[in-house]
Write a protein that binds this ligand. Structure first.
Ligand SMILES: [Fe+2]
Ligand SMILES: [Fe+2]
Length: 285
């Protein structure tokens, strides 16, 4: 045995550092007196999260199904447990966001058109992509959600603090669980021998469609809300995302790491950040 092989055999798998994702069932009340623009009293920022929220029920169902397709091929007992927890967490996110989307709908932020469009796109992928590429799609989007959870919502308190305090825990809960299960789809992909080309090319595809779709959806919502000409809100949002420091600008190093052949989601270990966020935003869980 070479010394390199011996080292590889004794090194722990990066996911051994991950907590087993915990399926929590927090109860959220969506208050009737919630301001319409509940994030920083700002239309673009609030409608950006509303657009993301509308994508969760159809998107998370797709993620679950793409992982479940390969569930029988997983032999590692730890990964089997993690897959069950991943499915439980994503299913519960969908349920809560569906309720939240209905609540927003009643308050005049119509999300039905967006949900139909996203569902149509998911149906197209199910019909046209191989199961391996569907899983690679999930792996790529899970990296995006982990980046948003860690580098946007959990690392700096400012975004959650700017939200209405009755809504911030919903986003903190989702971010904590996205961070906890960030490697599950990736580990399944590796376990089934998914190709590097498919993983990388799918990330390139997601890197185009995700920002384009999300921007179009925010424009649709702003238009429907009579806010399209609110230049002040657009300028604030662009500065918030791409200015200095800028939330998306801060994510660039994490984003680029995905393209490394040595990438693993748990090469970046956010356990301390998750624990701190749990104490602050989800006391009792
Ligand atoms: Fe989720
Ligand atoms: Fe997820």
């Amino acid at each position: 045995m070479t010394s390199a092989t011996a080292k590889a055999n004794t090194e722990a798998h990066p996911s051994s550092q991950a907590p087993l994702p915990e399926v929590r069932h927090p109860e959220f009340d969506f208050p009737a007196d919630l301001p319409k623009y509940w994030w920083d009293n700002d239309p673009v920022k609030t409608l950006l999260l509303a657009a993301l929220s509308s994508s969760f029920p159809p998107g998370e169902k797709f993620f679950i199904d793409s992982v479940r397709h390969f569930q029988d091929r997983i032999t590692d007992p730890e990964l089997k447990k993690a897959v069950r927890a991943f499915i439980g967490q994503e299913a519960h996110h969908s349920k809560e966001h569906k309720e939240f989307n209905e609540f927003l709908d009643q308050r005049g932020i119509g999300l039905a058109r967006l949900e139909r469009e996203i569902q149509g796109f998911m149906d197209w992928m199910r019909s046209n992509l191989s199961p391996e590429r569907q899983l690679a799609h999930t792996v790529a989007v899970e990296h995006f959600t982990a980046m948003m959870a860690e580098d946007f919502l959990l690392k700096y308190d400012e975004a959650l603090e700017e939200m209405d305090p009755r809504i911030a825990p919903v986003w903190a809960w989702h971010a904590i669980e996205e961070s906890e299960h960030k490697a599950v789809a990736f580990d399944v992909y590796k376990a089934i021998g998914g190709s590097e080309w498919t993983r990388i090319s799918e990330m390139m595809f997601v890197s185009v469609i995700f920002p384009v779709f999300t921007s179009l959806h925010v424009i649709q919502l702003m238009k429907a809300d009579g806010q399209l000409g609110n230049l002040k809100s657009w300028a604030r949002a662009v500065d918030y995302m791409w200015g200095r420091p800028g939330v998306f600008r801060r994510m660039i190093p994490s984003y680029l790491r995905f393209y490394s052949p040595r990438f693993h989601p748990w090469n970046h270990n956010p356990r301390d950040m998750i624990e701190k966020a749990k104490r602050r935003w989800l006391p009792g869980y």
